[in-house]
Design a protein around this ligand. Structure first.
Ligand SMILES: Cc1cc2nc3c(=O)[nH]c(=O)nc-3n(C[C@H](O)[C@H](O)[C@H](O)COP(=O)(O)OP(=O)(O)OC[C@H]3O[C@@H](n4cnc5c(N)ncnc54)[C@H](O)[C@@H]3O)c2cc1C
Length: 482
């Protein structure tokens, strides 16, 4: 008997498993593949995801394996410098291969005590009042209290759950792969630069040891059941660039579409969905993995609270209430970006106008904050603008704020030094006199770093502690300290 079974050990499943383990939840992750993905999609970890890594003490490990780039140039691939005034201590983009970030997250989850079993596909399940019986493809049955489908865009869990996945089917398809080229690098660079002036779904980028990462529009939309062939690449390179660059010796070949779909519900009883299982959209702006990891971060502590028995009745449902609108927004911005990549005269004119508008720092910053998710504000009701937003990684007396969040607990930052977390001290830490960078009297942070309350009144604080952290336990004999 497990507390939570997670279908899928991609980035979303691994992150969720780690978050659950911070709270001692017994978690099993099942993945249908016997080996982790080897597919080298270079993924950009955006600011908010870097902040999450910092909040769990993973940032240095992750940064070691990636390349820091400016937080710029990823909205519709419009080439502008990073905006000024980005309010983050981690204001850069980290380029890192997807298999690497997946491995690091899985290692983190396993180090915290999660079990991962590979070559085990979830094929069915049935839920009742006490839990979920999960059936694997080989007929084995497992039992848990909750099941989370982190099993990607073609999610079996979502389909079995009967949750609708409305949206728009792919209208374009793009070939992507790694291969060697038969012409000198300068010739490749010159031709690519010319084509990219108008065709944005096209590149050949050196990937080390004579290998190039190649992206080119496909001839049409397929069912993507079969990977493309090298001949498909040659044909499309000739059609777009007038030459196939003598490509040969492919390492891997793939294709992706631009379907945009959002699950109607993220939860049905004891079964939940997260990551690509809940939403798919074109990869423009590099947001999918980031969005999935952030879903997991939002869900983890809430599901743990439910399992541990202290969750307020509506807490688990705030997962959908908070994350569904965020995904809706990402779907909308990827759609807009795809339009801006079009080679038609109308969208090209809009692109030109937007390119001019992005010279205004406010516009540039707004778009970058959107893509990097540092602009996300959850609706916690009326209150100051900071309520519902994440608190940046400010300096606090013992160091940096995110260093105090490694254990996934709530945190009260109390400048008044007369408030207490009382009977919630088993779930919420306390820091008095946090330092000058906090410019409000006191702030209650949820385990995901979002501001749940701002004020200076103990009764009001207690009401909000109860709202997010349930019924208090026995207060400790002495005042809680961080
Ligand atoms: C070309 C390209 C470039 C991209 N670039 C970026 C980028 O720069 N930044 C970014 O944020 N995102 C990017 N993405 C998107 C990103 O790859 C996905 O959003 C991300 O992989 C989603 O993670 P996930 O864990 O939700 O799902 P997945 O990564 O799809 O993982 C799902 C896992 O579930 C397993 N599984 C499936 N079915 C079952 C089953 N029945 N039982 C058990 N296990 C199962 C699979 O084996 C897999 O391991 C890109 C995507 C593409 C195609």
């Amino acid at each position: 008997m497990f507390d939570v079974i997670i279908a899928g050990c991609g980035p979303t499943g691994a992150m969720l498993a780690a978050e659950l383990r911070l709270h001692g939840v017994r978690v099993l992750v099942l993945d249908k593949e016997t080996e982790p993905k080897s597919f080298v999609r270079i993924v950009g970890l955006h600011m908010r995801s870097l902040e999450l890594m910092a909040m769990r003490g993973l940032l240095e490990r992750v940064v070691e394996h990636g390349r820091r780039r400016p937080a710029a140039g990823f909205f519709a691939a419009i080439n502008k410098p990073a905006p000024e005034g980005l309010d983050s201590a981690h204001a850069y983009l980290l380029g890192i291969p997807q298999p690497v970030i997946e491995r690091l997250l899985e290692e983190h989850a396993v180090a915290l005590g999660a079990q991962v079993r590979r070559g085990r596909a979830v094929a069915g399940f049935a839920q009742d009042d006490e839990g979920v019986t999960v059936e694997l493809a080989d007929g084995e049955q497992l039992r848990s209290r909750y099941l989370v489908g982190c099993d990607g865009g073609r999610s079996t869990v979502r389909k079995l759950l009967g949750v609708g996945f409305p949206g728009v089917a792919s209208r374009t398809e793009t070939l992507m792969g790694e291969m060697e080229v038969g012409v000198p690098p300068e010739e490749v660079a010159a031709t690519v630069a010319g084509i990219r002036e108008t065709q944005h779904r096209f590149w050949l980028r050196p990937f080390g040891a004579g290998v190039y990462s190649v992206v080119v529009p496909a001839a049409g939309v397929s069912d993507r059941a079969e990977p493309p062939t090298l001949e498909d690449f040659k044909q499309q390179l000739r059609a777009v660039a007038g030459t196939d660059f003598g490509v040969h010796s492919p390492r891997w070949l793939s294709r992706f579409g631009d379907a945009t779909r959002l699950a109607e519900r993220y939860r049905v009883g004891r079964v939940l969905l997260a990551g690509d299982a809940a939403h798919i959209h074109p990869p423009i702006g590099g947001q999918g993995l980031n969005l999935g990891v952030q879903d997991a971060f939002n869900l983890g502590w809430k599901l743990a609270a439910q399992v541990r028995g202290w969750a307020p009745e509506t807490l688990l449902d705030t997962y959908q209430a908070e994350r569904h609108p965020v995904a809706e927004d990402v779907l909308a911005n990827t759609r807009a970006q795809m339009e801006l990549l079009s080679t038609e005269p109308g969208p090209r004119a809009v692109r030109r106008l937007l390119t001019e508008l992005m010279d205004f720092n406010e516009v540039n910053r707004y778009l970058i904050e959107k893509i990097t998710a540092i602009g996300v504000r959850y609706d916690f009701g009326a209150g100051p603008d900071l309520l519902g937003r994440r608190l940046p990684d400010i300096d606090v007396k013992p160091g940096r704020l995110y260093g105090l969040l490694h254990h996934g607990r709530g945190l009260l930052l109390d400048r008044t030094e007369r408030l207490t977390v009382g009977g919630w001290s088993d779930r919420v830490d306390y820091l008095g006199d946090p330092g000058a960078q906090l410019d409000v009297p006191s702030v209650l942070l949820r385990p995901d770093g979002h501001v749940a309350w701002i004020g200076d009144d103990q009764q009001d604080l207690d009401d909000h502690l109860a709202r997010w952290f349930g019924t208090p336990g026995q207060p400790p004999e002495q005042s809680p300290q961080a």
